[in-house]
Design a protein around this ligand. Structure first.
Ligand code: SAM
Length: 474
């Protein structure tokens, strides 16, 4: 194993993609992780790090190509932290996502010979997102081509775009992102130029100074509505500048239906405001999924790939196998999209959600759609579920529970409460196969896994969504 030491240059044949997206090669069984590589490629690589169990290497050159390679369509591919799998054929992306779910369930949940269905593809593989978050930065990353152009010199300290892969503090100017519409890319470019010329500085993650922080563009796919959400640091004296930016964009892009300004003092790089004001329009957009209409405000969660989300919700409804009388709990319900989607097929739904804005939207969504059998409880689920458990009236206990937690999975208190409630069926939706597998382990004594269905909501990225149906055994 002397061959594999820090700095060594070696030839490797890439074997597989690991969960999370890294490529894996082996030398006499010893695992080497590679960042930019595809199964089937023979590469020359330099070992950057050697640990007892594995090493990490950087690809220096491709010696022979993988048969699954496709030409990336985005000029930012490789630099952008977004679409890491754009050079892998879509069929293989789907196949690897299924493998990763299977491996997680078998290795982490200890389920032998798990049956995982083929990944349901996203109906669109480009321009599929209805929301993009762009970061302002005072440390602009320049490509070699940009460095060669002298005229960019002046704007090195101002960027609005996405993070360079692997760097939290470096942002490159996105010209045209293939995940969102051309219109959104045009708004991004105009905003960048306007803000740069404003003379106010972009936020610095080093000294936490600066004004401009994030630009979030949310756009409906079916109803032609577009929300611009601008986040800055709180500087009241600069509100007029934001108003002028809003006026400029609204004039230039009549497709913008609302503009919201939020301020944040958080040091963390999250586009979530401490407070917000609506500068123009209603402050929300309305999107359709299936035959339903949903209100989405600046901070509420909504699936970012609505056509693929519709497939996911249809699967949840199908796997619920509802007869019409059931009481269903929808845990981590966001703006109530799943609750509303199943409402006409069940007796009643109770949704649980921590973001109060989302609960407000959920009620509004019920009104919009003439639905009157859903109610929503706000608060941290780990506390609220206990209270709900204690206070449910006779007959109010859930027959079916749907749970769609964030990446971290379910809190132990939520798992405990679910095991005590023991609904006959649990449909779990997850965006993280490893926390899904961890959470499943708690249910396997009492519940049987009846279906594991991965979905691709995020083409060209290693992210996987998965739905599992659990049926109570006794
Ligand atoms: C993956 S999203 C699911 C949303 C919804 N099911 C949908 O499809 O639109 C997870 C949701 O859980 C909420 N959430 C996160 N942590 C929570 C907690 N501790 N208690 C309750 N809700 C939480 C988030 O605000 C978010 O809306």
């Amino acid at each position: 194993m002397d061959l594999i030491r820090k700095g060594a240059e070696i030839e490797l044949v890439v074997e597989k993609l690991a969960f999370g997206g890294k490529a894996v090669a082996r030398v006499d069984g010893f695992v080497i992780f590679l960042e930019h590589a595809l199964p089937g490629q023979r590469v020359l690589a330099r070992v950057n790090r050697k640990k007892r169990q594995y090493a990490e290497a950087q690809v220096l050159g491709i010696l022979s190509q993988s048969s699954d390679y496709v030409e990336p369509f985005c000029p930012h591919f490789g630099v952008c932290g977004g679409c890491r799998w754009q050079d892998l054929s879509y069929a293989e992306q789907l196949r690897w996502k299924r493998v990763h779910v299977l491996e997680s369930i078998e290795h982490l949940a200890g389920v032998e010979e798990a049956v995982v269905e083929p990944t349901t593809p996203s109906p669109e593989q480009r321009h599929y997102r209805n929301k993009m978050e762009f970061t302002f930065s005072d440390r602009r990353w320049l490509s070699p081509q940009e460095i060669a152009l002298k005229e960019v010199e002046y704007s090195k300290s101002f960027a609005l775009g996405l993070h360079v892969r692997g760097f939290f503090d470096k942002v490159f100017n996105v010209e045209n992102c293939f995940l969102q519409s051309h219109l959104a890319s045009a708004i991004l470019k105009e905003t960048r130029e306007w803000c740069r010329k404003s003379g106010l500085p972009a936020y610095s993650v080093k000294d936490h100074q600066g004004f401009w922080r994030f630009l979030v563009i949310r756009e409906t796919k079916r109803t032609d509505q577009l929300l611009v959400h601008l986040l800055t640091t709180p500087q009241e004296e600069n509100e007029k500048i934001v108003d002028a930016l809003a006026a400029y964009l609204l004039d230039r892009f009549p497709a913008i239906t609302t503009f919201v300004h939020s301020v944040t003092q958080k040091k963390a790089q999250v586009a979530f405001g401490d407070s917000s004001r609506v500068v123009s329009g209603p402050g929300f957009i309305e999107e359709e999924i299936g035959s339903l209409r949903f209100r989405i405000s600046a901070h509420s969660f909504f699936q970012t790939n609505p056509s693929a989300a519709e497939k996911l919700y249809e699967a949840v409804a199908r796997l619920g196998d509802f007869k019409g009388h059931e009481t269903v709990w929808d845990l981590y319900c966001g703006t109530g999209s799943i609750a509303l989607f199943i409402a006409s097929r069940v007796g009643r739904v109770v949704g649980f959600e921590v973001v109060e804005d989302a609960i407000r939207d959920a009620y509004m969504n019920c009104e919009l759609n003439g639905i009157d059998n859903c109610s929503f409880l706000s608060g941290d689920l780990k506390d609220v579920i206990k209270e709900a458990q204690q206070s449910v009236q006779e007959g109010g206990l859930p027959d079916v529970v749907i749970t769609d937690p964030p990446r971290a999975g379910m809190h132990p208190n939520v798992v405990k409460a679910l095991l005590e409630l023991a609904p006959k069926r649990i449909i779990t939706v997850s965006c993280n196969p490893s926390t899904l597998a961890r959470d499943l382990t708690y249910f396997l004594d009492r519940y049987e896994i009846q279906k594991i269905q991965p979905f691709d909501l995020f083409p060209h990225t290693p992210h996987i969504e998965c739905v599992v149906r659990l049926e109570r055994k006794f």
